[in-house]
Design a protein around this ligand. Structure first.
Ligand code: ZN
Length: 392
């Protein structure tokens, strides 16, 4: 009871800051709305006949510089609205994406974007064709897109969908499980950080490739059960957060403390699954986005149940990418940072397994992300099948 009240009080407290209210600016000749999943802008102010200044600020501070924004410009009789984003507690990072339906997106031409020298603002002109244009830091990728993706996977691959708990605000935390008689387990995590949609696209393409039903996939799935927690920071995505959950915390720094419900539910579910089904966890992959493509891994000298797999995987993947991009160079950073309670540290320390943070660049085009993810999945399955683990 007390906990419940405390949670509600926290929600009320956070909800009272303007960054989270469904702010609506009714301006002369046009309006700005954010009443949709991911919608976020802290304030707006008319700056001319058809110009607006929007304040973009994070859910709380300190925070990683992932200045998310998403809003609709609605106008009758105007062909464009000039927008200036003014950042607080952060600097410009994401080139605006525009859409007339919230589904199909176009990147704003970089050479027409005016970014301040200190990156404190970005100005651009939003064309208005059929009365409304959506503007977002990245193409929106919300619950409908996830549902479409996993419904297809469930139909195709006999995967079981379940809910492992609720977010702070009561949203379902989904789990996809493909497990029959296998004894080994691959764990996949996604979307701990709301703006990181390129990582989410990679996660989908990677998992799809695991279930592609060719000979490699059959061999892999005969040995390895797969559990996917694809959408961990539900509230953060809903509310257009830069990074944190509704508790104001970075969920990828809560694997160990488990003070936030989202990582807590996921970790407890994995522990339960491993115990009740007598499974051997074999690898953890956590999908993210950052400035460029990179794999954060353990060092090859760090002992795990599959000590040689990460290197074998990534060397083979680099070779595979060179078939389509001759100059491709894989970017791997190896370290173990025990003081940072990330999922990577947690799974390495708790289960003695290799754990990789799989990062995709913010600006990677969708088709390239998908090809990259599929090729990495092929090399991953091959590397898994080629290494006998040190379980026994
Ligand atoms: Zn991230």
């Amino acid at each position: 009871m007390n906990l419940r009240l405390a949670v509600l009080a926290l929600i009320t407290l956070l909800g009272s800051t303007s960054a989270f209210a469904d702010a609506l600016c009714e301006l002369t000749g046009f309006k700005i709305t954010i009443d949709f999943e991911g919608g976020a802008a802290a304030a707006c102010e008319q700056a001319g006949m058809q110009a607006v200044r929007l304040t973009i600020k994070p859910e709380n501070t300190p925070i990683n510089n992932s200045p998310w924004y998403a809003f609709k410009v609605e106008a009758e009789g105007l062909d464009r609205v000039d927008v200036k984003l003014e950042y607080q507690d952060g600097t410009h990072r994401y080139t605006p994406k525009l859409s007339s339906d919230g589904v199909h997106w176009m990147e704003y031409p970089l050479n027409r974007l005016i970014v301040d020298d200190d990156k404190s603002s970005a100005a651009f002109s939003v064309p208005i064709e059929a009365g409304v244009t959506w503007v977002a830091a990245q193409p929106l990728l919300g619950i409908q897109a996830y549902k479409q993706w996993w419904d297809d996977l469930i139909d195709r691959a006999g995967i079981e969908y379940s809910v492992v708990g609720e977010s702070l605000e009561g949203r379902d935390l989904p789990r996809l499980l493909a497990l029959e008689e296998q004894h080994e387990l691959l764990i996949v995590l996604g979307r701990q950080h709301p703006p990181e949609t390129t990582g989410a696209i990679a996660m989908m393409a990677f998992v799809d490739r695991l279930f592609a039903e060719d000979e490699l996939s059959k061999q892999f799935l005969a040995r390895v059960g797969v559990v996917v927690y694809p959408f961990i920071n539900r509230d953060g995505v809903q509310r257009g957060h830069w990074r944190h959950n509704l508790g104001g915390k970075d969920l990828n720094r809560d694997w160990g403390p488990f003070e936030q419900p989202e990582p807590k539910h996921v970790s407890q579910d994995i522990a339960r699954l491993v115990t009740t089904k007598s499974l051997k966890p074999g690898y953890m992959l956590d999908f993210h986005s950052t400035w460029y493509d990179v794999f954060y891994t353990q060092k090859d000298s760090d002992y795990t149940v599959r000590s040689a797999m990460t290197r074998a995987w990534l060397v083979a993947f680099e070779r595979s990418m060179r078939n389509i991009e001759p100059d491709f160079e894989l970017n791997r950073k190896s370290a173990h940072n025990p003081d940072s309670p990330t999922s990577k540290s947690y799974f390495f320390e708790t289960y003695g397994i290799p754990a990789t943070t799989y990062e995709i660049g913010d600006d990677a085009p969708i088709s390239r992300i998908q090809e990259y993810a599929r090729r990495s999945a092929v090399s991953f399955m091959q590397a898994w099948l080629n290494e006998d683990p040190w379980y026994e």
